[in-house]
Design a binder for this molecule. Sequence first.
Ligand code: ADP
Length: 484
Amino acid sequence: MNKEVTEFIKDKALINGQWLEAISGKKYPIFNPATSEQIVLVPDMGQADTRLAIEKAEQAQKLWAKQTAKQRSIILKRWAQLVETHLDTLATVLTLEQGKSLAEAKGEVTSSINYIDWFANEAMRINGDVLPPSAEGNFEFVKKRAVGVVAAITPWNFPNSMIARKVAPALAAGCSVVIKPAEDTPLSALALATLAEQAGIPAGVLNVITASSGQEVGQELCANPMVRKLSFTGSTEVGKILGRQCADTVKKLSLELGGNAPFMVFDDADLEAAVQGAIAIKFYNSGQTCICANRLLVQDGIYEAFIAKLQEALGKLRLGNGLQPDSTHGPLINEKAIQKVGSIVSKAVEQGARLVQGGSHLPEIGKQFFNFTILADVTPEMEVFKTEIFGPVAAVYRFNSEEEAIRLANSTNYGLAAYAYTEDKGRIFRLSDQMEYGMLGINTARFVSETVPFGGVKESGIGREGSVHGIDEFLEMHYVCIKN
Ligand code: ADP
């Protein structure tokens, strides 16, 4: 490991500008999922540490919100510049703790820069309204104010950009933040916090709590009345728990939860583009994203050709340690994930799916590598239809008509991302009308950026991240009526 990477691997958490051990003195290990080697020990924090961070964040927030939007914007821009300067190092830290290929890691850090930069600009556009008076002589207006202290609980699949996507709008709005990164991947959050400090973000405005389990820290973040907003990305199951826990203090909530994305390929699709799209979004991050294609719905006439081409394209990918330049895809996050994906595949095969390729983990590369897998002839009656796979397994379903495809696609409690490949203009309009999803890609599978509102409907979540709407999640309206 080169010296700069070592310098960015922190073994302490950040509270009020101080790098601290846990009050209990406990620590826990972070492992490299590609090699199973321990990278570092980090503080295993609990309720007392979290409470301290919240108190400090509350004090710091008042001063931070008093700064002008331009001052906050300048500091955020400086943060973005520092992240850019250290892009390669941050990408290496990300690959070390998460496993994704260095190319994907660089892409993720680049998206963090874009989010920070975008919200640095949005800080300058927090405008209110002057209302037509509701009674003669009144002066009535609406201000937008920062909600206050924000808790951010983030997942392990995007340990860098999920921090940027929550923290940048929060800080731009004038909030302070207590981050609880995923237990497996806190190092990117700590590295970003190091640069945030260097950029001049004041002590207490950005705090990072590390913990080996989300539960205790999560309970304090949800129960503490000083926290006014929770922004969570993770599973629907945990999102529901957190939503319940936040009810007693009526916190503002943003929840980015699970997905069960349909990826529809119609007979008239550009087959090559559809296969490239499937490779890009099914196998992105080794299948571990909430917008990964989870159900590949393919029409009768193109069904076998699609599977054959998909298999051919998979032959060009390479599993391996993400730090090696020829690796296109890395390991799964932990051994639990390997077991889960393995059991999803064997269950589907037991229920009658056809295993076209893969289906097993690859201990010869490393304990946590799972082979690129295609399951064909999967049906909606099988358990996998309802399961978020979160692994490199393409489950392919056959359909006959457009109406059937839309019905199958929508028959899920989730509603995050959906994809469709077709050249029929009429169908494109029908799909954009009828698909019950927060985001729909037609003839494209990679459509997320800082400029778009990312988020889901149904049990995929509440709220949007990114775009001009993203900052609203961290603002409240404050109406003032002055009687003459
Ligand atoms: P995944 O299934 O992708 O690991 P989780 O929803 O389990 O997603 O985890 C996402 C984030 O939520 C992580 O930071 C994790 O530590 C945290 N988390 C998990 N369970 C809880 C909980 N009961 N309370 C608070 N945070 C939790």
